[in-house]
Design a protein around this ligand. Structure first.
Ligand code: GLV
Length: 309
């Protein structure tokens, strides 16, 4: 019986294989679905951007793991085997990297360092350039959102969070529902999107919602590209409603070379790398879920199909 790793080269399938073998040298692992010789043997699959319908090939599959925090890539496959549980990863290192990225972007913006890089004379010599706003609001108070909230609280920000259901997070003002969103946005200086992609979060950030932000607020999207209505962003930036945006995720990735976001001075683009999946760090969780799946035990981080994450 075996574990299948089906990941794009860029995600390091062999690094995951060796991290798992370091933990369990006897384990049978197939790296690359094209290398599966006996589909009956595959009991657990770790996938990212897998071909649609691939997972129907393994009649003895017990569980499928996303090789990331999000499960939307898995759920986008309309030909998933029925009744097979899906899991995703939560990991401290992934959360640390995400929080570090967010803090770096917010501080760059707060001290206007990119403007200095572009034009060292943009402000008078000796005058501190510092955005006065201090409220950072996080859409999505799950594992990553909570970790980021802690980091911003430690750095002196006022932190608010919005989630599907109200959450109790120490030091964080918690909001939920449509009215809660409006309430939170109106005092927000920095808005961070960490929401999973679901039918409810698709297109949530649009002209109407982003116009509710404090004028001159800054947007950071590290959740999913589909949450932002892309064509609404540039007019909001040009009119000054938003002072800038940092985008790590896009509706279509990689972002097309000719996409207007690439040329806009107020948009900072990164290539979906605000965080990453570190093989050594996630291998124990994958191994644990593999063991639980083959012995029919409750899995860690199982995807709730009703809510889509
Ligand atoms: C990355 O986008 C992830 O879901 O881990």
């Amino acid at each position: 019986m075996s574990l299948l790793i089906s990941l794009p080269e860029s995600m390091g399938p062999r690094a995951l294989c060796s991290a798992l073998l370091d933990l369990e040298p006897e384990m049978k692992i197939v790296t690359g679905h094209e290398n599966v010789q006996n589909p009956d043997e595959v009991e657990f699959a770790v996938v990212w951007n897998h071909p649609e319908g691939l997972l129907l090939n393994y009649p003895n599959l017990k569980a499928i793991s996303s090789y990331g925090h999000g499960a939307d890539g898995l759920l986008a496959d309309s030909k998933l085997p029925e009744g097979i549980p899906l899991v995703r990863l939560t990991n401290e290192t992934m959360a640390e990297w995400m929080s570090e990225y967010l803090l770096a972007v917010v501080l760059l913006q707060r001290r206007q360092l990119l403007q200095h890089a572009e034009n060292p004379n943009f402000i008078e010599w000796g005058i501190a350039a510092r955005h006065p706003g201090n409220q950072l609001s996080i859409l999505g108070l799950g594992y990553l959102g909570k970790a980021a909230a802690k980091v911003f609280l430690k750095n002196g920000f006022e932190v608010a969070g919005w989630s599907r259901t109200p959450k109790q997070v120490e030091g964080v003002s918690s909001f939920s529902g449509n009215d809660g969103l409006t309430e939170m946005l109106k005092s927000t200086d920095y808005l961070v999107n960490l929401l999973p992609l679901t039918t409810e979060t698709t297109d949530l950030l649009n002209t109407e919602t982003l116009s509710k932000l404090k004028r001159g607020a800054y947007l950071i999207n590290v959740g999913r590209g589909q949450t932002l209505v892309e064509e609404d962003l540039i007019p909001l930036l040009d009119d000054g409603q938003l002072s800038g945006a940092c985008l790590d995720v896009f509706r279509t990735e990689p972002l097309a070379e000719e996409h207007p976001f690439r040329k806009h001075k107020k948009i900072l683009i990164t290539p979906h790398n605000s965080s990453s999946t570190p093989a050594d760090s996630v291998a124990p969780q994958i191994l644990e879920n593999y063991k639980r799946a083959v012995s029919g035990r409750q899995l860690l981080n199982q995807v709730d199909l009703t809510h889509g994450y």
